[in-house]
Design a binder for this molecule. Sequence first.
Ligand SMILES: [Zn+2]
Length: 467
Amino acid sequence: MSLLHHFYTRAVWPFFEPPMRGLSGRLTDLRRQARESRAEIEDRQWQSLRRLLQHAYDTSPFYRRRFETAGIDPARLAAPADLGALPPLTRGDLRDHLPEITSRRYRPEELLRAATGGTTELPMAIVRDAAAVAAKNGVQQALWEWAGVRPGAKVFWLWGAVADYAANPSWRWRIYERHIMRKIWAPTGRMNAEVMERYRQQFNRFRPDAVCAFPTPLFLFCEFLRNTGRPIVPPRAVICTAEALLPHQRTLVEQVLRAPVFEQYGCREFGMVAAECPAHQGMHVATSAAYIEYRAISASADAPYEMLVTDLLNYGMPLIRYQINDCVAAPPAAAGRCACGRNLPRLPAIIGRTSDTLRLPDGSLMPGVALIAALAEGEALGSAAPRLDKAQIVQEDLGQFRLRYVPGAGFTSAQLEPLRRKLDAILGTEIHWEFEAVAEIAREASGKTRFCVSKVGAAKAGPRQGS
Ligand SMILES: [Zn+2]
């Protein structure tokens, strides 16, 4: 494995994927940084934060105005807490001020469009400079390494909805994906017994080293394996991300796949920012990638804390104090050293991001997380995306769905048409849609946000997703 890993790190990936150039050096740096003392880690992060803030102040008209209005001069910031006067960045800001947020230091053609943002909401545009893309790749590989998954490992992706295959059906692409990149995509858009049996057979032929999955479809797959008693070749590790991994899901996955589960936290806007280590005592934050603040959402003593995330790597489109819409139950304790030896701070347990599983008229299941992925995939909504502040999909009855939305500035109801067409393409035209404008879509009292709510036999359709 070790030779293969070096070969992939130094030759295969850099050859095929330009952002992977320099990966070896970045991984070495990140490994060393993770072992630094807490004080060194905090100091390094503070320097990165200051650099990013100054850059945003100097090159982004949006942030220049925000800083000046808040009376903040980044050059004079003494401590991270001084940043508290700066209003959080919202999805509405991203949507309404994208050109002004983007840094003037880059020509538009130098900025790469990231997968459209939002794992809990409707997608929106995010751009990154090339160095940020490369650095984020490095962070992702470093976090995967904690799960024992190294470059060159075979990975089975239970992921996405219609998947990249739909866009790249050629046999060349499939050979490239399977034999060079060593991955198989198993889209999670429609899960039923036939699809899951096909995945099981692909899985056993491929014999992956690791599984990377959305928790809900993986749970459905493991339920299928348990209920049918059909065999599966155990991988060495399972990585779960994109929605909250619930304790009963982890238990079943570990039992059925006979491999340890590693949770990772990230989102389309930022990429991966935290991951579980082999000690399984919470997720360590990749402090070189993100600076996270925690803020109580109300004055009540047991109120959850929302996270505000600053991207320390994306200079093309600075994201400062971004309201990511995920909450934690309590601010992080000044926890001691983790049993794994890393001093990187750990995230408190996250309570955000769950979605019910939808039961479609043909009997197949669509996990909410897959629906969100589908909205971001394929023929993207792009500039045709409706100007919505918030949205939520509610399944009232088998064929009766409702999209509740909070209209944003500049919204007209004609903007819903491309969205309706996209929903029809994903879920089928036998579903009747109702669009309902509402004043607010409240976060649940627990701090959860829920993009998909099903009132149809959800208990049978999948995990009840907690309280
Ligand atoms: Zn650890």
